[in-house]
Write a protein that binds this ligand. Structure first.
Ligand SMILES: [Zn+2]
Length: 354
């Protein structure tokens, strides 16, 4: 009798313990066709149905931690030829055991599948729009707007933090840097965004104070999250449409540094100690259509007046020289010859002077 009472007590104790464990677990999460229970990884697609033009789908993975915690969304492939982050997320998917994760990681493997498969830069091959200029998107818009709408409503709305992972596009020779949104509307989002930039690890950080303030016309992925109170950064890691191994690794490393900063994985938090804050940037553009000859390389230091490159007509006659408007660093320079009037040739960033 005494023994069976003991057993009963042990059984009740065990039940209570089981209840406590399951209370600490998070419920399953479904996004698109993927459902991940606590401690599980699941992949699937968000369908973007056909509308005024062709539909598409967005490959995603959910890593649902066993224990509750924040939700971090990582978005790659907003521009389809920016590939180092795309390859990096494939590695991240297999490197994290969700049983050891606190909270939830949402991986958007390739936001812009039409651009990736169509090998386009900047613009969708279907509607000619730049996905990173149409947020928060439209349910009944063209395909880029419908992708943005799907990501806003199904990913950003569910996230607490977001990284939009870019690289130099297929034509852009780019040095690594991060954009920090400093809008002055939401001190928490501004300050945690700054910390996220330092946690990611790039030492060149562009302070961007010029992004739109209207959540209904947020334009950029990062800005869409930021204006909804979700701290966010845009990272630039990679160049010229190739998955260079060192750039893939930097993307993976950034993800793990950020997961430790957010306490989603255990480990020492590292923040960049001596960042170079870039407080002025300018995208230089060609005013001619023709052939571009760059005269600088990514990361070069330039002074006001330094020749960045020139544009010729299709026969080789020089049409235009483009020079640095102020001293700074070549954040990226277009390194392939095709040039259309109005398109970027380079971005110059000026380090803060104190
Ligand atoms: Zn991009």
């Amino acid at each position: 009798m005494a023994r069976s009472l003991y057993c009963l007590a042990a059984a009740v104790g065990h039940l209570a313990l089981t209840a406590a464990v399951s209370a600490a677990q998070q419920p399953a999460l479904t996004i698109g066709s993927a459902t991940a229970g606590p401690g599980q990884t699941a992949s699937g697609f968000i369908e973007v149905p056909e509308g005024v033009d062709r539909g598409t789908r967005i490959p995603i993975t959910i890593l649902r931690g066993a224990a509750p915690g924040p939700t971090l969304a990582l978005i790659a492939g907003t521009h389809g030829s920016e590939v180092a982050p795309i390859i990096a997320l494939q590695r991240v998917r297999t490197m994290i055991d969700p049983k050891e994760l606190k909270g939830t990681l949402i991986l958007v493997h390739i936001a812009n599948l039409p651009s990736f498969l169509g090998r386009t830069i900047y613009y969708s091959p279907i509607d000619g729009k730049n996905l990173n200029r149409v947020y928060p998107g439209k349910r009944d818009g063209t395909v880029s707007e419908r992708i943005a709408y799907a990501i806003t409503t199904q990913v950003i709305e569910r996230a607490d933090y977001l990284v939009d992972m870019h690289a130099g596009d297929g034509n852009e020779s780019l040095r690594t840097y991060t954009y920090w949104n400093k809008l002055g509307l939401d001190p928490r989002a501004d300050s945690l965004g700054r910390d996220m930039a330092l946690a990611w690890g790039h030492d060149h950080i562009v302070i961007d104070t010029s992004r739109p303030r209207d959540p209904a016309a947020s334009v950029y992925t990062q800005n869409t999250a930021h204006l909804r109170g979700k701290p966010a950064i845009t990272t630039e890691t990679g160049y010229l449409g190739i998955p260079a191994e060192d750039m893939i690794r930097k993307n993976v490393e950034g993800v793990f540094r950020l997961l430790r900063y957010l306490k989603m994985l255990p480990g020492e938090v590292q923040l960049v100690e001596h960042p170079i804050w870039i407080d002025r940037t300018e995208v230089l553009r060609s005013s001619h259509t023709g052939i571009w000859y760059p005269m600088v390389e990514r990361g070069h230091a330039v002074q006001e007046g330094t020749l960045i490159g020139y544009v010729t007509d299709f026969f080789g006659n020089k049409l235009e020289e483009i020079r640095a408007p102020f001293g700074g660093i070549v954040m990226y320079v277009v390194a392939t010859p095709a040039m259309s009037s109005g398109e970027p040739v380079a971005m110059i960033g000026r380090p803060q002077l104190k």
